[in-house]
Design a protein around this ligand. Structure first.
Ligand code: NAD
Ligand code: DAU
Length: 335
């Protein structure tokens, strides 16, 4: 048996990853450390049982975090925990530094002290900055973050790599493109579009709507992360992508068509400050070295996602009735 400490396990990608491990990898015990921020949902996962245990802990609180390391013999650490929404980082950057940078440093220091066998940092393509109409991000692309969120993730990546070079710690970094799928918090584009459309509510589209993201279905990301954990080379960065570039306007229209809703729901609103124009991933390294290729194309992934939101109305209605209402007002009412 191996013990894997997973941070941010009640969030979107973390919970999908934990479900995959608990279902498919019977030789791994999961320790989930989550602060339970607005983005977390404990209902995303089962209660504690034989090979799963949850700690309500803030990774930025080193003393509390050290107790988790004291109580468990941890082999692997995967750091999903983060403040993850670009728009929120523009409104209030400080918590992004606390969690994404200071929290990552705490995890690194404690993992080094306990001689953890592998430390995998879940990073993002946003650390590379913004592309024009051509080209792709490779692992060699210089870091050039442009939002407080991506700057905090880039800072964390640099700390992670410093622990490899300075202390010889067996670290790895994955950098993935935009995820979508089951259990994604409604503030992000795809669930926001599905939910607003189902409620016949305006869909805010930033700027000219021509920004491009490279989409990946969350279970493909999960598969890529597991392959890096198992077979990635320490000290290396691996890009993960879905080979599915789409303009925001195109994605929204696609979803509206699927839901039989009119395009008149689209409302062009003031652009996001510093809005990155295009992301596109060259993921030939993970494909060549670890055999990773996405299983889901956008059509299949969106079908599964739309159906999940249609079948799990209670999950998102509960979120919509809480603090999210205030957030939505502040973000969109006068945009
Ligand atoms: P999310 O916002 O859905 O979930 C984040 C989770 O981290 C929540 O459960 C939250 O409670 C927890 N958390 C936040 N601060 C914490 C703290 N101080 N201590 C402990 N737990 C804390 O995020 P997500 O979309 O699942 O993203 C997970 C990771 O993947 C992040 O590191 C993000 O940067 C990265 N990533 C996300 C995407 C994407 O498209 N969503 C793409 C590439 C990389
Ligand atoms: O690329 C990976 C990143 O993808 C992750 O690191 C982040 O954690 C994740 O939030 C995501 O960042 P984005 O900023 O690309 O995702 P978001 O869903 O916020 O926006 C996607 C695109 O849609 C972006 O161009 C902005 C636009 N958008 C977004 C919202 C919420 C709109 O036009 N309207 C909206 O209401």
């Amino acid at each position: 048996m191996k013990t894997c400490l997973i941070t941010g396990g009640f969030g979107f990608i973390g919970s999908n990853f934990i479900r995959f491990v608990l279902e498919e990898k019977k030789d791994i015990t999961v320790i989930n450390v989550d602060k339970i921020t607005y983005a977390a949902n404990p209902k995303n996962l089962p209660d504690d049982h034989g090979n799963y245990k949850f700690y309500k802990t803030d990774i930025a609180d080193k003393l509390e975090l050290s107790k988790v390391f004291d109580e468990n013999n941890i082999d692997y650490v995967i750091n999903f925990a983060a403040e993850s929404h670009v728009d929120r980082s523009i409104m209030d950057p400080s918590v992004f530094i606390k969690t994404n940078v200071a929290g990552t440093l705490n995890l690194l220091e404690l993992s080094l002290k306990r001689s953890v066998k592998r430390f995998l940092q879940i990073s993002t393509d946003e650390v590379y900055g913004s592309l024009g109409l051509t080209g792709k991000f490779s692992e060699k692309t210089p870091l050039s973050p442009r939002s407080p969120y991506s700057a905090s993730k880039a800072a964390a990546d640099m700390l992670v790599m410093s622990f490899f070079h300075t202390y010889g710690m067996p670290v790895l970094i994955s950098r993935c493109s935009n995820n979508y799928g089951q259990y994604q918090f409604p503030e992000k584009l795809i669930p926001l579009v599905i939910i607003n459309a189902l409620n016949n509510k305006d869909i805010p589209l930033y700027g000219d709507g021509k920004n491009i993201r490279d989409w990946i279905y969350v279970l493909d990301h999960v598969k890529g992360i597991y392959s890096i954990l198992e077979h990635g080379k320490a000290g290396e960065v691996y890009n993960i992508g879905g080979a599915a570039e789409m303009e925001n306007e195109g994605i929204i229209k696609y979803i509206l068509n699927k839901l039989n809703k009119p395009f008149s729901l689209i409302k062009y609103v003031k652009d996001r400050p510093g809005h990155d124009r295009r992301y596109a991933m060259d993921f030939s390294k993970i494909a060549g070295e670890l055999g990773f290729l996405p299983d889901y194309d956008m059509e299949k992934g969106l079908e599964l996602t739309i159906n999940w939101y249609l079948n799990n109305e209670n999950w998102w209605r509960e979120i919509l009735s809480g603090d999210y209402k205030e957030y939505y007002k502040t973000m969109y009412d006068y945009r």
